[in-house]
Design a protein around this ligand. Structure first.
Ligand code: 9EZ
Length: 312
């Protein structure tokens, strides 16, 4: 059985896959379109990160593919429905990114609270600006929308900082919320009470523009927003308006509706925005974990052993 890896994966992960009896591996730099179709000839499995787009059109042109592994958790670059229709499983690497993404969220929270990027930029230009006054996190209310793996770690770390943590998630139980120390409240109540709101949900029809015009109407004046999840969760036009009116006091963004957002994007250029280019999952540690998890997952799937994280 041949596995095509259309991505740069951690070598330890690839070694795991090569260790399975009857599995043969081909590693290539990420490809797309006709090139991907050609490379998939004779393959039982495909592993990608985010670069290769596995569209319905590509799936339509393949034969013999049984499983697609996504080295990560979000899988918006794979048409999982079209895959299911062809009987192809889509597996993700649950957990591998969790701590790394949660830590980036906290990093952006501190950066925003103390204007660290702006201060750094000014100092690099020779300006010693001591008027950049921040605010303390201790005692502030953090609203966490989405209390899955990442949201739960963010909540845990924020409790360690002595923040008050409230949250909303339509699928977790009160018991689980108690376990992670979060006060579970209705969605609007979280948005109304939060000093800082952080997003940790997938983009679904019901979460698209979860933070938009209405959220900025009901939130506290000066609420800060953090988005280390997916660009589509935030209505960028509404955020820009709220930043300009002051209703939103600042935003920390790792993700954008269109990526890359373009050098002149009004949010990227905004003085109240600190931002990073979708680096949430980008640590050595997460890449190692995710590579090993997805390779073991795909190897197990192909050899009839237990696997986790099937999404279709
Ligand atoms: C979370 C969600 C919606 C949500 C919806 C689904 C897993 N998940 N999370 C926070 N299906 C609104 C706010």
């Amino acid at each position: 059985m041949k596995v095509l890896i259309s991505a740069k994966l951690n070598p330890d992960g690839v070694a795991v896959l090569r260790g399975y009896k009857g599995i043969e591996v081909e590693e290539i730099a990420p490809v797309n379109g006709d090139e991907l179709v050609a490379k998939l000839e004779g393959c039982a499995a495909l592993i990608v990160r985010s670069e290769s787009k596995v569209t319905a059109d590509i799936l339509e042109q393949t034969r013999g593919l049984r499983v697609i592994g996504r080295a990560g958790t979000g899988y918006d670059n794979i048409d999982a429905k079209a895959a299911a229709a062809k009987g192809i499983a889509v597996l993700i690497a649950p957990g591998g990114n969790t701590v790394t993404t949660a830590e980036h969220t906290l990093g952006l929270m501190f950066a925003m609270a103390r204007h660290i990027p702006q201060a750094n930029e000014k100092l690099h230009k020779g300006e010693f600006d001591r008027k950049l006054v921040g605010f303390e996190l201790t005692g502030k209310t953090l609203g966490v929308l989405g209390l899955g793996n990442i949201g739960a770690v963010v909540a845990d770390r924020a409790l360690g900082l002595k923040m008050k943590v409230i949250g909303y998630d339509p699928v977790i139980s009160q018991e689980r919320a108690r376990e992670i120390g979060v006060d579970l409240l209705p969605l609007d109540e979280v948005i109304k009470r939060a000093d800082i709101l952080t997003l940790h949900t997938p983009v679904l029809p019901e979460t698209r523009h979860l933070v938009g015009k209405r959220a900025f109407e009901i939130c506290k004046p000066g609420m800060r927003l953090i988005n280390c999840a997916r660009g589509g969760l935030v209505d960028e036009a509404a955020l820009l308006e709220a930043l300009n009116s002051g209703k939103c006091g600042g935003a920390a963004l790792d993700v954008f509706e269109k990526e890359p957002p373009g050098a002149d994007h009004p949010l990227v250029m905004h003085p109240k925005v600190v931002c990073t280019p979708h680096l949430g999952a980008s640590t050595i540690d997460a890449q190692e974990k995710v590579g090993e998890i997805i390779c073991r997952n795909v190897g197990n799937f192909l050899t009839g052993k237990d696997y986790v994280g099937r999404v279709n």
